[in-house]
Design a protein around this ligand. Structure first.
Ligand code: ADP
Length: 275
């Protein structure tokens, strides 16, 4: 039986080998839950795919895996296939994007059992043991905060960059700062793409030129300044987003909507900064 060092080396080699097919590995994080991190991950993936990139989306949010809902996927249908004696997971495909969720591999009733080795194994299943094929971007929707999943991702995987999502209501500087510091510190120098402010303002249908900053105006701007991050885009709070989320047709598919345009703008920023 291989000793622990051999096992570790073998695991590292498998990560390196699977990453040969993935040009950019981008994590999407947040200080708190419920800010729209999955919404931004899903729509960024769609917007990048619409620009012609090959995109994968891996849902690593153990506390609330929502990518299956956002793309209308039934979890019973996860398929595996064997290659050289090793079982691999076949990702789903929607709108040209390859999709897989951690929600399919874990017992949702036992979140408290999450520990380092388990986080590492599950991330391996999600990233290394899934047949992503050649990708320009693999977007990872991470859990909020700074747990074992994010730490393992930051330490063991060659992340290209990280994007953070916040809302005007949940601007806890300390939470976002901790999350930023986990990826970007003396040891790990993962570039931080910047901050996306979700639910930033409201525009009524009958007043399309008006923006109402119902949760306050410059909070995210100040947070970005304080943490030396760029505020990349501001996404409105809108019925369009929540309805399309529920129906499995992300709003980024609708080029004419303001939200669709904003996600297209975000995809342009991400692709410009990735090369
Ligand atoms: P997180 O991944 O941070 O937990 P989600 O993306 O799951 O957050 O979003 C939380 C809830 O808020 C969902 O019900 C989602 O449909 C809704 N939501 C997210 N962004 C918006 C928005 N811009 N406008 C309206 N509803 C939104």
């Amino acid at each position: 039986m291989a000793n622990i060092f051999e096992q570790r080396k073998e695991k590292e080699e498998r990560i390196v080998s699977s990453m040969r097919h993935i040009k950019h590995l981008i994590a999407v994080g947040s200080g708190k839950g419920g800010v729209g991190k999955s919404t931004v991950s899903a729509n960024l993936a769609v917007a990048l795919a619409q620009k012609g990139y090959k995109v994968g989306l891996a849902d690593a949010d153990i506390y609330g895996p929502s990518i299956p809902t956002l793309f209308n996927i039934e979890e019973e249908n996860v398929l595996g296939t064997e290659i050289n004696g090793q079982t691999y997971i076949v990702p789903f495909e929607r709108f040209g994007i390859k999709l897989m969720s951690i929600g399919f591999f874990v017992d949702k009733d036992k979140p408290l059992l999450w520990r380092g080795p388990m986080a590492s194994n599950t991330l391996n299943q999600l990233i290394v043991e899934t047949i992503w094929g050649d990708l320009d971007y693999l977007i990872i929707d991470t859990p909020p905060g700074t747990g074992d999943i994010q730490l393992t991702l930051a330490q063991d995987f060659p992340l290209s960059s990280v994007l953070f999502v916040c809302t005007p209501q949940q601007l806890a500087v300390a939470d976002v700062r901790r999350a930023v510091n986990m990826y970007h510190n003396d040891k790990l120098q993962v570039p931080i793409l910047g901050l996306v402010e979700n639910m930033a303002y409201f525009t009524p249908k009958e007043l399309p030129n008006n923006k109402y900053y119902i949760f306050g105006k410059d909070g995210a701007k100040q947070l970005a300044e304080e943490l030396h991050l760029d505020l990349l885009v501001q996404i409105p709070i809108s019925e369009n987003v929540s309805l399309t989320n529920d129906s499995g047709n992300p709003i980024a598919l609708d080029y004419d909507s303001i939200e669709g345009k904003t996600f297209a703008e975000l995809a342009t920023i991400v692709s410009n900064r990735s090369n």
